[in-house]
Design a protein around this ligand. Sequence first.
Ligand code: IPM
Ligand code: MG
Length: 367
Amino acid sequence: MSRIYNIAVIPGDGIGPEITECALKVLNVAARKYNFSLKINKYLAGGCAIDRYGLPLPEETLEGARASDAVLLGAVGGPKWDNVKPELRPERALLELRAGLGLYSNLRPAIMYPELSGASPLKSTKPIDIMIVRELTGGIYFGKRGTYETDEVMADGTPMGTVTYDTESYGVGEIARIVKQAFEIARSRNKHLTLVDKANVLATSREWRRIAGEVNEVYRDVTLDFLYIDNATMQLIARPHTFDTIVTSNMFGDILSDEAGQITGSIGMLPSASLGKPGTPGMYEPVHGSAPDIAGTGKANPLATILSAAMMLELSLGESRAALAIKKAVSDTIADGYRTTDIMIGKDSVKICNTEQMTDAVIAKLK
Ligand code: IPM
Ligand code: MG
């Protein structure tokens, strides 16, 4: 009997609808080949939901996501909604989905395809294969925030005025669960875990170090080392090939994953997974944004979303063979010279293609 999975698809804004369509096309072919089927339910979130319902994450979308086996998301946001109130911004949809689904663990692999090394701004062409494990539902993104008035006068004599604050706070349990997961992932890779923090200044960071050290006792086969975030941003450029698995807080992970995306060549290639408690739906999305400037032009690179769909098959649906087949089809497509404009390097004999042609090329290689 064929396995059936319920997938909540949230196309979003800009290029979101085009690229999720491409990923669904690939998924459906993989489903036929590997004997499972997908039941797709589409939901609105982000700017399109603001236009339709006046809020970025309608209850129906969160409920649909909760009731699914996994969520596939395109991208949200665009200049059209730049001036809406902060609590109504399209990005709120992402944050509320993460919180609402309890997606505390964000996996962002940064892999450099050898054929695309020329697209990297770095001179080194040594292989890069880094997994960033970012805490996703805590820290300063979700900490206490507010404003208050004060009469305080600063040392230079000027009044402080209205004070605005965001808070970085982490509970022991919150740190321990993401650190454990990072150790598990490092164990399945090259057994090298780097904790990135700011332990020379922040109390929360010192707590991350203490807990990581404790958890390391259970994962003695994994080498744990530490880097301050400022130094980490340098080392990632200086010696990217020496990193294996990185674990870090919500905000540092946000910053580092964009940097890792850039050094591997194109952010148009990078998938991500956001996971919560085992057995609950994970959410899969490309790391890039909604790119409203190229929406509808056929220029979008569908590979990050196609690779996100592969992560979904592997991590939420247990269809590892199909996941592997998609990843292999993508590498073969790249190796064969197919290029969307964002990953074009020089003028060597590449096959320039649009969003749809790239998708069809992947499908043709899917075994
Ligand atoms: C990301 C994005 C989001 C984040 C924004 C859009 C809220 O930058 O997923 O990295 O900061 O987490
Ligand atoms: Mg980001």
